[in-house]
Ligand binder design. Structure first.
Ligand code: NDP
Length: 327
């Protein structure tokens, strides 16, 4: 038997419970992992509360992330005892996920734990941190260098935003952190932000073009915020868009693209090919400062995840929440 959070759909709601499951409930897969840590991402909040159609079928174990030790493997790359990380691939959406003591997965989905991290740190990073790194790499690939000007990070008080601040500051960019929690300014400066701005300046309908300020941006928020960020991006600048915390809409005009040559870079972490994942995890291992990561991390037990799901959607979780699935 193993413990797992299980989601069931009732007539008009999703019900989340902590259950003991028989190992026979594990899905098909060629690697069985004893899960050590998982985490709560925004998407897990949507799945657990049922506020968006993230889960494809029920019952489902949520959790798009996990780290742990291989218990059994029929996959040529993995042996019992190997430490592994799983991010995405539809796990926690269409395939039972990481908010459980045990998981069965495809070996092709797994990433080896980098030497720089322990299993807990890997989940303090999780999909949020790995997505932040994908955003940073997308900006760099587009030629956004630290000497070109300021970089804006929206939703900086959250998981992706907080790690994006750390990574960009570590690379020498001048980072401006946008947040609705100005009381967290000292925390954000501790992560490396040079300046903190009120997200209210970005969240209402704005003009097609504003005063050009940003050389680049990482946007985790979408909607009017992303439209305003695009409108205030400098000539030839780039914006990496990965999130929808304000909304999935994009009420923008083409003006920033056709008059300023602004680039909108879409970032998806779920189906990123393995080569790019390994590159991102390798960069995280070299660049992320453990003290800053620790400052952005809170630890919770498996049962605490269910009430926390509402809180992450309400923007009330600061940084990253790691989940001790064995507690
Ligand atoms: P968090 O909840 O940790 O962070 C989101 C932050 O956005 C909040 O902390 C808050 O920051 C801000 N925010 C919340 N609500 C609003 C609002 N109504 N208007 C403006 N800002 C708001 O989530 P994650 O960091 O886990 O994820 C961030 C986003 O990125 C989510 O939309 C998620 O779905 C997406 N995502 C996408 C991935 C991909 O592959 N493309 C992978 C991972 C995440 P503050 O209080 O500082 O303003």
């Amino acid at each position: 038997m193993y413990r797992a959070i299980v989601l069931n759909k009732t007539e008009n709601a999703v019900e989340a419970t902590l259950e003991h499951r028989d190992e026979q409930a594990l899905p098909e897969g060629d690697v069985t992992v004893k899960v050590a840590w998982s985490t709560l991402n925004y998407k897990d909040g949507l799945a657990i509360t049922g506020k968006a159609p993230v889960v494809r079928h029920y019952p489902m174990v949520p959790g798009v992330d996990l780290s742990g030790t291989v218990e059994h493997s029929d996959h040529p790359r993995w042996r019992p005892g190997d430490c592994v990380i799983l991010n995405g691939w539809g796990v926690g959406e269409a395939h039972p996920g990481g908010l459980a003591e045990k998981a069965r997965l495809k070996g092709d989905w797994l990433v080896p734990l980098p030497e720089a991290f322990d299993l807990r740190q890997a989940m303090a990073i999780g999909t949020a941190g790995y997505t932040a790194m994908l955003c940073v790499l997308a900006l760099a690939r587009q030629g956004v260098d630290p000497d070109q000007g300021e970089i804006l990070v929206t939703g900086a008080g959250g998981g992706v935003g907080g790690i994006a601040v750390m990574l960009l500051a570590g690379r020498g960019y001048r980072v401006v952190a946008s947040t609705g929690r100005l009381q967290e300014a000292a925390y954000l400066k501790g992560l490396g932000a040079a300046e903190v701005m009120d997200r209210a300046a970005l969240s209402s309908p704005g003009k097609p073009l504003g005063k050009p300020r940003w050389a680049g941006a990482v946007d985790t928020v979408g909607s009017h915020t992303l439209a305003n960020v695009l409108a205030s991006t400098r000539y030839g600048g780039s914006v990496a868009a990965c999130g929808l915390a304000q909304g999935m809409d994009l009420p923008a005009t083409v003006a920033p693209f056709i008059l300023r040559g602004v680039n909108l870079l879409g970032v998806d972490s779920v189906y990123t090919p393995m080569e790019r994942r390994l590159e991102a995890w390798d960069c995280l291992a070299r660049e992320l400062e453990p003290d800053r990561l620790a400052a952005a991390t809170t630890e919770v037990a498996l049962a605490e995840v269910i009430p926390l799901a509402e809180k992450i959607l309400a923007g009330q979780v600061r940084g990253r929440a790691v989940v001790d699935v064995n507690r």
